[in-house]
Design a protein around this ligand. Structure first.
Ligand SMILES: [Zn+2]
Length: 98
């Protein structure tokens, strides 16, 4: 399994101002872009779900996790392989099976 880089909050120059933004990385560790929030950086990296244990999931991997609930049709909750329940916002592209 290849090493997966996480977004990092770093100082950069954006619109002429020094500010902290989230850097997204490719699999080689190169910065692919700067983002205003961590979730956007994760998505830019192709990751739709991630867990405190360090596991990350692409859309396909996410869909294969056990679905444990949908909250107000907005958030899906699935079980990570570590046993924790993680959630993400549901998008129109998701095929919900419950
Ligand atoms: Zn986990």
């Amino acid at each position: 399994m290849s090493k997966r880089y996480r977004p990092q909050l770093r100082w950069t120059t954006y619109a002429g101002q020094r500010r902290q933004m989230w850097a997204g990385y490719d699999s080689a560790g190169h910065v692919i872009g700067w983002y205003l929030d961590e979730e956007t950086a994760w998505h830019a990296m192709g990751i739709v779900g991630h867990c405190a244990c360090g596991a990350t999931y692409t859309a396909q991997q996410w869909a294969e996790l056990e679905l444990v609930g949908v909250v107000d049709r907005l958030f899906q909750q699935r079980n990570c392989t570590c046993g924790s329940t993680i959630s993400r916002e549901t998008t129109e592209r998701d095929n919900l099976t419950c």
